[in-house]
Design a protein around this ligand. Sequence first.
Ligand code: C5P
Length: 401
Amino acid sequence: MSLAERRVLLGVSGGIAAYKSCELVRRLREGGAEVRVVMTEAATHFVSPTTFQALSGQSVRVSLWDAQAEAAMGHIELARWAERILVAPASAGLLARLAQGMADDLLTTLCLASPAPLFLAPAMNQQMWAHPAVQANVSTLRQRGTQLLGPAAGAQACGDIGSGRMLEAHELRDALLASFAVGALAGLNVLVSAGPTYEDIDPVRFIGNRSSGRMGFAVAQAAAEAGARVTLVAGPVSLPTPPGVMQRTDVRSAAQMHAAVLAAAAQADIYIAAAAVGDYRPLEVSAQKLKKQGGSGLLLQLGENPDILASLSAQERHPFLVGFAAETHDVAGYAQDKLQRKGLDMIAANRVGEGLGFEAADNALSLYWAGGAVELPRAGKTALARQLITHVAERYRAGRA
Ligand code: C5P
């Protein structure tokens, strides 16, 4: 997924977080976006328009009354040009003026004059953010469909700790990316499996694995953001159901996951198998807790679990199948082999270890399909899941075209 040729109008209002917006312009442009920056007069006291001009490669506008700039691109033209307006930082004052529908400078005028979706990244002292007047403005803006991005909690430039920090540049860029991806899976039923499986040995012990479920949950969320009706089959994880996911079935063992996935797959257009399914299970589950064997060791006999993906791909009619491959070495070789062997439409491979994979916050994926491949470099699981969904949607549509 990219922001290639996307037209983003970045509004900058007066706040110390304006310095983070310099990085944001770079990130947006790296993603291929065209960025035009409009600053409030207050913002120019924090960062010079020249800085934004150099970073965006476009002249920066501050005033509604700049005859020369109006002649080059009038403010109405600029309002129409924008596909998205993102105000970062959005100060308490700016939120108030927007909530009131004021048009007392170029930025607020553009927000009123543009049909583009409006995103606000508030940044202010935690006491200000918590003030009922600010919260009332935020709720008015939300009710009108304006999307609030953040703020985050943490240490603030003023020394306070609390809610009011502007989101980081990469998080704001990801939110814009996601907003362009909306609709990529509109009308489709997507089934996602996530998390580990636990294979019971006795009432207190099991064979499990270190999957946290976070990648699969991020995939389910990204699919929902892209407009899909999402069903999530989750192994034993302690994660809340992501927003927008319609149905969640919790399972424990591979056999339960197999049954739950097969039941839901009949209605699914796409199945994304992000679960780390145990390959083996104890053939006998002891009804009582196993006792120490007095030095003679313990031999557990394991039987192979059914392969969920393979049993789906063997069916005559089955959803578009996306598998995951977590490998410690020769990622490309094993992944491509798995793509063929399991009869998949696409496989997302990742190297586990080195701060990536199962328990880590970050991940990196290599996607393979018949005749193509793409690398999704190291990123947070939410961002990565959104990129994965864009590629899945593209391949799915290409297959039906
Ligand atoms: O063969 P391997 O376990 O590495 O393959 C991983 C992929 O296959 C994942 O997408 C996983 O969800 C899926 N899988 C499955 N059923 C199994 C084992 C793995 O669907 N029994």
